[in-house]
Write a protein that binds this ligand. Structure first.
Ligand code: AP5
Length: 214
């Protein structure tokens, strides 16, 4: 089963992806994590993407499509959660074509619905483990070990694009590019909505219900 999680920055896609991987053997494709990995390794793609990400802008479609194509080629036949891809209509159309090549398809598109006022505090308070990627929040989900990850002891860091100055642009990009992508799937009757202002455990239950995993 292939599932897209689509929603604004901070709506909880990464948090829910991790729950679904732990409980249901999905493979996650987080394009944000792939790009951050490329930046850390200083690859050509990483060096190019950093400028866009630091400003809260989207990385060009051609680059993203190539990255995702190579992931799909390497993981044929596996159940994938697409977290953060597609976020433009061009990316959605390309994904359809890529999957068609191996007689595959997207089964569900889950839209993370939330009022934008809640997002800024979620993003500014987020801390992520540099080692295992576990996601925390300084107020709502602090690590019991302070500045280090309670799962692996890695250092907790704030993402450079989680600064207030950048968040506004990320939200604007979401409205401009991902809004039409959501409508693209709505038009195909593929969209399922979850209220992600609720507690993470309740959001997970709603997703499991939609995916027939409850
Ligand atoms: P990416 O890394 O994908 O970021 P994003 O989509 O902006 O989403 P986030 O990771 O910020 O939020 P999330 O929804 O995963 O929330 P989380 O679970 O962490 O992309 C970064 C950049 O890469 C983009 O700006 C762009 O430049 C580039 N990029 C990536 N993909 C691209 C693409 N396809 N095309 C072009 N460019 C691309 O939760 C956030 C916080 O809220 C956490 O602290 C968490 O603990 C808390 N929280 C989560 N759920 C709840 C809840 N239910 N209740 C209370 N708190 C909650």
């Amino acid at each position: 089963m292939n599932v897209i999680l689509i929603g604004a920055p901070g709506s909880g896609k990464g948090t829910q992806s991790r729950y679904l991987i732990d409980k249901h053997q999905f493979l996650q494709l987080s394009t944000g994590d792939l790009l951050r990995g490329a930046i850390a390794e200083k690859t050509e793609i990483g060096l190019m993407a950093q400028g866009f990400m630091d400003q809260g802008k989207l990385v060009p479609d051609e680059v993203m499509v190539k990255l995702v194509e190579s992931f799909i080629d390497k993981n044929k036949g596996k159940s994938v959660i697409f977290d953060g891809f597609p976020r433009t209509v061009a990316q959605a159309e390309s994904l359809e074509q890529m999957l068609k090549k191996s007689a595959n398809q997207i089964d569900k598109v889950i839209f993370f619905s939330i009022d934008s006022e809640l997002l800024v505090s979620r993003l500014t308070g987020r801390r992520t483990c540099a080692k295992c990627g576990e996601i925390y929040h300084i107020e709502t989900k602090p690590s019991s070990k302070g500045e280090v990850c309670e799962k692996c002891g890695g250092e907790l860091r704030q993402r450079p694009d989680d600064k207030k100055e950048v968040i506004g642009e990320r939200l604007a990009q979401f409205e401009k590019n991902t809004g039409p992508t959501i409508n693209f799937y709505r038009g195909k009757n593929m969209l399922e909505k979850v209220d992600c202002a609720k507690d993470p455990e309740i959001v997970l239950e709603e997703i499991e219900e939609i995916l027939g995993l409850a």
